[in-house]
Write a protein that binds this ligand. Structure first.
Ligand code: PDD
Length: 286
């Protein structure tokens, strides 16, 4: 069965789904995106992703696609048509395809491009990586200054993943002025004693939807949370570490730059938080 993809109002087999070579997403990375996970055929935290998409569009003065009100329905339709049990829905909006390449934004006559597709990932919530924990390296954060907007400018995060692979690790945490900003595609946390520490929100990091939910659940479970920057050195001396994202949920980190954390296995608090997150978010999945 060919995957069904949504492009500008149409559900098409992936071979027939195309966008223009003049699309500003392609030429200027002038686009924003969201990734929503699917567990048991249901969307996890759709509303959070929808609200952040609206914010990303507003921050860039990008027109919302006409189908904005129908986004939940389109997500559900794609999950059903592609028979996704566990996996994710990727959504991208760009500033559309004007007649020529021009740095200036096009006028209102150019409609935004809206594309959605699914990726099937059977057993997404039960990944071997979550059982063993993953290794990260630290790299300089050389991205632009508006990381709170979820744009498709992902070249440096891709380079970071490759640097990690080359170093025999799984992912990279980015460091600016000595402080960890975030992972290549996730938010970073350390645990000291029973306290969860993660960078406070600002333009330096993406405001993770999983982050917001995890911190809420942690506080509800009477866990102590401190939102402040931490250095990579502090992270190497932490009792536990983990990261969060829509596709990895709560993912244990067991080594940083080759320095093993604790006994080199996922920490107790991290494992508990992963369980709580998966249980609670399945309850409200739509
Ligand atoms: N990435 N920080 C960055 C730089 C990210 O790219 C992501 C998500 C996050 C976590 O945000 P959320 O919890 O809302 O997924 C933090 C997605 C999953 C991706 O690019 O595939």
């Amino acid at each position: 069965m060919s995957r069904i993809v949504y492009v500008n109002g149409e559900y098409l087999p992936e071979e027939e789904a195309t966008v223009s070579v003049f699309d500003r997403g392609f030429l200027f990375a002038d686009g924003v995106y969201e990734v929503t996970s699917v567990l048991g055929g249901k969307l996890i935290d759709f509303d959070g992703h929808f609200q952040r998409l609206k914010r990303s569009l507003a921050e860039l003065d990008m027109p919302a696609p006409a189908a904005m009100d129908d986004l939940l329905e389109i997500h559900r339709e794609l999950v059903a048509r592609n028979e996704i049990e566990d996996g994710l829905v990727y959504l991208q909006v760009t500033r559309g395809a004007p007649a020529d390449r021009d740095f200036a934004y096009p006028g209102e006559d150019v409609a935004p491009t809206l594309v959605l597709f699914t990726q099937s990932k059977p057993g997404l919530a039960d990944s071997p990586a979550a059982r063993a924990g993953i290794k990260v390296i630290s790299i300089d954060d050389i991205r632009w200054g508006r990381r709170d907007i979820k744009t498709v400018q992902l070249l440096y995060p891709s380079m970071g993943k490759m640097m990690a692979k080359k170093a025999g690790a799984d992912d990279a945490w980015m460091v600016e002025d000595g402080f960890v900003t975030e992972g290549t595609s996730n938010n970073a946390y350390i645990v000291k004693g029973k306290k969860i520490i993660t960078r406070n929100l600002g333009n330096e990091i993406l405001h993770g939807i999983t982050r917001a939910a995890v911190l809420r659940f942690a506080r509800e479970a009477q866990m102590e949370v401190e939102e402040r920057p931490f250095t990579i050195e502090e992270a190497k001396g932490a009792d536990e570490a983990f990261f969060t994202s829509a596709s990895a949920f709560v993912m244990p980190v067991v080594s940083i730059d080759g320095v093993m954390l604790g006994d080199g296995t996922p920490g107790q608090l991290t494992k508990r938080l992963r369980e709580i997150y998966l249980d609670e978010s399945r309850k409200t999945a739509s």
